[in-house]
Design a protein around this ligand. Structure first.
Ligand SMILES: C[S@@+](CC[C@H](N)C(=O)[O-])C[C@H]1O[C@@H](n2cnc3c(N)ncnc32)[C@H](O)[C@@H]1O
Length: 325
């Protein structure tokens, strides 16, 4: 079997060749080092584990990453990173709220959201569209009062309409299924893929543009991540962005809305304007392999680093389009 270094090296060579670029050995080594670090599992544990607030989550074998924050607690993360900053409760109090849920996973964000919404307004009309590639074989349950809503969602898959809740889960690659949503303008978007560097296809400029098309003007997009490529893509798409509360780690998440003015600190803005890593992941066809997206991003970072260091970079083509097969 090919070593990971060799697989990454071959994929870099293919991407460079398709873009008509060459890089020296030092640059290629530094790209391989970053890619390996980004792909490394974030936890060693496997299966179902307890999080900080006592609620359970699952570790994904494929991504080597938990479905929810272990250090913040799964329920706390749902509340602080998704439900509160999306302001969906305020909207539900007025009568109706529409949620676009990217990455259904264990259904936690939605179950906690539904419980909170119905607690403040039992008559609220809730319209939910959820995108998910594949449901895990084992799904741990939240404790009550959230469990009843999680069961309602799981028992009703792939769609139901009951007690003022209309729910539709589109199974498959979200880049494709998002095109089948039809007319929908979300008040709140829960963007909850695995971390951007391990699951880049859910965080590209092009996929976020698809999301933008399905949001209302005042709709609020929320995520736990504050990563530079994601924030840069949101900015390039015309969103105003801010930072949500941090829990369980130093950095907060991101809140974005077309109707919002930027609320970033001077330091956050400086990074977004000057870091060579502050460029978006690209996936023009919405079909690129995740490794291809990552490598093309890292090549573009290398080109920017050269330009910033006063070196003459090989002429970059912004578009990414190579195959890693
Ligand atoms: C962090 S988990 C989501 C947790 C979930 N929001 C919850 O509250 O339980 C990320 C989810 O994104 C899904 N995912 C990753 N890549 C995807 C893709 N290309 N299309 C659709 N879903 C994807 C994974 O299968 C996983 O269920």
């Amino acid at each position: 079997m090919e070593s990971l270094d060799y697989q990454i090296f071959s994929a870099i060579e293919r991407c460079l060749s398709e873009r008509g670029l060459t890089l020296d050995e030092r640059s290629i080594d530094s790209i391989i080092k970053d890619i390996k670090a980004w792909l490394r599992p974030s936890v060693e544990a496997k299966g179902v584990v307890a999080t900080q607030d006592g609620s359970l989550t699952l570790i994904s074998d494929k991504y080597g990453e938990p479905y929810h924050s272990l250090t913040a607690g799964a329920i706390k993360e749902c509340l602080v990173k998704f439900i509160e900053p999306s302001e969906i409760i305020k909207k539900a109090q007025k009568g109706k709220v529409r949620i676009l849920d990217v990455g259904f996973g264990l259904g936690y964000n939605l179950a906690v959201a539904l419980e909170r919404i119905k607690a403040v307004n039992p008559y609220a009309q809730v319209e939910i569209i959820s995108l998910e590639r594949e449901l895990p074989e084992v799904i741990p349950f939240l404790p009550e009062p959230y469990k009843s809503y999680q069961k309602l969602l799981l028992d009703g898959l792939p769609e139901f309409c009951k007690d003022g809740i209309s729910f539709r889960l589109l199974l498959g690659d979200a880049r494709e299924s998002i095109k089948n949503i039809g007319s929908f303008f979300a008040d709140g978007v829960f963007h909850d893929g695995f971390s951007p560097y391990r699951n880049p296809e859910l965080w590209t400029y092009e996929f976020l543009r698809e999301i933008k098309l399905r949001m209302s003007w005042e709709g609020i997009w929320v995520s736990y991540t504050s990563s530079l490529p994601v924030r840069k893509a949101l900015k390039m798409l015309g969103f105003g962005i801010g930072t949500s509360q941090s829990i369980g780690r130093k950095r907060g998440g991101t809140v974005a809305s077309l109707s919002l003015k930027d609320l970033l600190s001077a330091e956050e803005l400086r990074k977004l304007n000057t870091s060579p890593y502050a460029i978006p992941f690209r996936d023009e066809t919405l079909k690129a392999e995740p490794l291809e997206i990552l490598i093309n991003y890292r090549i573009d970072v290398e080109l920017l680093k050269m330009a910033q260091g006063g070196l003459e970079p090989p002429t970059p083509r912004f578009s990414a389009g190579c195959s890693t097969n």
